[in-house]
Design a protein around this ligand. Structure first.
Ligand SMILES: [Fe+2]
Ligand SMILES: [Fe+2]
Length: 282
């Protein structure tokens, strides 16, 4: 069982954001904005999946996972709240969230499936967020010229994604989820995630007026495919999920643990409510 702490982040999200808050870079800002737009609806789906899976466990296994699931729900609920505040600023920048309605539409399409499918989809996304988190923590210097409050917000979220990366996966396994469906959903989720990200990034750049600027695409090429490029760096860790018998703990979590230890002044620990109440109420 993984011990998960729910933290209240001590950053100001009321003061307006600069339009190109990510180091003054239009492309990277549009990319992170797109990801943030998916979080409130996406993370609600993860919460609902884990909660539904937990309820299907036998009583003794529910007890085993009770605190971990409470921590998972608390962390994702906090991410939703913080990114909703962040996303409100994006609306004032004239950006339009097209990704969220697609997530809500997808939820309706898969609503009749067994909760194991929801868990498999969630575990696949959690692998994405965990490897992306590791990338961001490893390359934290690439946010050095970003306002400290925003750098803290992104790295705090990254650290917690790495911290709770096993929860959905382990409950999927406990319930007898198969390798076949784990891999099927992972491949489907990969395609959808890439398409949805690309669509929202292009739309953000369109509303930003920077879609057709050469500097935007020069930055995209460097950030995605350069020496420390995101896609270039994430390909190998992405592939590990395809391995028979893969477990998320195969990826080291030291960077997450170090960040949380070194930035303890940036958050407070949230007092714990009774676990079953939190699991049921989120
Ligand atoms: Fe999250
Ligand atoms: Fe997560």
């Amino acid at each position: 069982m993984t011990e998960l702490v729910v933290r209240r982040l001590l950053v100001d999200l009321k003061t307006p954001l600069p339009r190109h808050w990510c180091e003054g870079d239009a492309f990277r800002t549009a990319l992170f904005n797109a990801l943030s737009m998916s979080f409130p609806a996406g993370e609600q789906f993860f919460i609902d999946s884990v909660r539904a899976g937990w309820k299907l466990l036998p009583a003794d296994r529910q007890g085993h996972y009770k605190d971990e699931v409470q921590g998972f729900v608390g962390q994702e609920a906090t991410h939703r709240r913080i990114h909703t505040l962040f996303n409100d600023h994006l609306k004032s920048h004239g950006l339009v969230n097209h990704w969220e309605p697609r997530i809500l539409w997808m939820r309706k399409i898969i609503a009749g499936l067994h909760p194991l499918h929801m868990l498999s989809i969630t575990a696949a996304h959690e692998h994405f967020t965990a490897i992306l988190a590791d990338y961001m923590l490893r390359n934290h210097d690439m946010l050095n010229n970003t306002e400290p409050r925003l750098k803290t917000m992104w790295l705090w979220h990254a650290a917690e994604e790495s911290e709770h990366k096993t929860t959905a996966y382990d409950i999927y396994r406990e319930l007898g989820g198969t390798e076949e469906w784990r891999l099927k959903w992972f491949k489907r989720v990969t395609v959808l995630f890439l398409i949805d990200t690309a669509r929202q990034v292009v739309n953000n750049l369109w509303h930003d007026g920077t879609l057709f600027k050469g500097s935007t695409w020069k930055s995209a090429k460097a950030y995605l495919f350069g020496d420390r490029g995101m896609l270039r760096s994430l390909y190998q860790p992405w592939k590990t999920y395809l391995k028979e018998g893969f477990h998320p703990n195969e990826h080291d979590a030291t960077l997450s643990q170090n960040w949380l230890r070194d930035h303890a002044d940036q958050y407070t620990r949230v007092g714990s409510a009774p676990a079953t109440a939190a699991v049921a109420a989120a």
